[in-house]
Ligand binder design. Structure first.
Ligand SMILES: [Zn+2]
Ligand SMILES: [Zn+2]
Length: 212
């Protein structure tokens, strides 16, 4: 059952990524090996799901902090954390529950379940999400600058035009330090995180956020 779900998820995703021209189940495709690189144009499924897994881990990390606040120790079992969150989380790639792999008086470790290329979370090692949060909130504010620019000029603007119009500040992606990429169409815009390698932090198309 799991294999079937995975295979169809992979198919749908890669069909989306490849513009429906590149079915995943080509020669050599083995749905029992999720770490096989199933590629769209440039993006692999594993990379697409990395951020989402890190996001889950960030929530579990926060739940551990809450648990520690009220119990003065970390939760040794994942159920307590799921209870705190009011939600159960599974890795978007393996579709398995997370587990508290290690729990000591002042430490814990929660890895991605069964997929070593995904991150883990524990004190001193926050999942690599800080950049992602920052980048997305920056993209939010650039998107609202676009809305304001549109209000004034009846079209969207380039980053430089927005800066010239006083709609700043100048921001770069915290993950890579590069400028954001804005593509203007007729009455449309696309804002992309410039991270040269996937996963990037997402994109905004006409005010719609890729991560929502
Ligand atoms: Zn994972
Ligand atoms: Zn970014």
């Amino acid at each position: 059952m799991r294999t079937v779900m995975l295979a169809s998820a992979v198919f749908v995703l890669s069909a989306m990524l490849a513009g429906c021209t590149n079915p995943a189940e080509g020669p050599g495709f083995d749905s029992n090996q999720p770490d096989r690189l199933v590629s769209g144009a440039q993006v692999t499924i594993a990379e697409v799901t990395f951020d989402e897994c890190a996001w889950n881990l960030a929530r579990l990390y926060a739940a551990q902090a809450m648990y520690y606040g009220s119990h003065n120790c970390y939760a040794p079992d994942i159920e307590s954390l799921y209870q705190l969150l009011g939600d159960t989380l599974t890795c978007p790639w393996t579709r398995e529950w997370y587990e508290v792999a290690f729990c000591g008086p002042d430490s814990f470790w929660i890895p991605c379940p069964n997929y070593p290329l995904h991150p883990g979370a524990g004190p001193g090692y926050y999942p690599p999400m800080k950049d992602l949060y920052t980048c997305r909130s920056q993209m939010r504010s650039i998107a609202s600058s676009e809305a304001m620019f549109y209000g004034r000029f009846n079209r969207y603007g380039t980053m430089q035009e927005m800066l010239d119009a006083g709609l700043g500040p100048y921001m770069t992606c915290p993950g890579c330090g590069y400028d954001y990429i804005i593509e203007l169409g007729y009455q449309t815009y696309t804002l992309n995180c410039p991270m040269p390698q996937h996963p990037s932090h997402g994109s905004v198309v006409d005010g719609m956020f890729s991560w929502e």
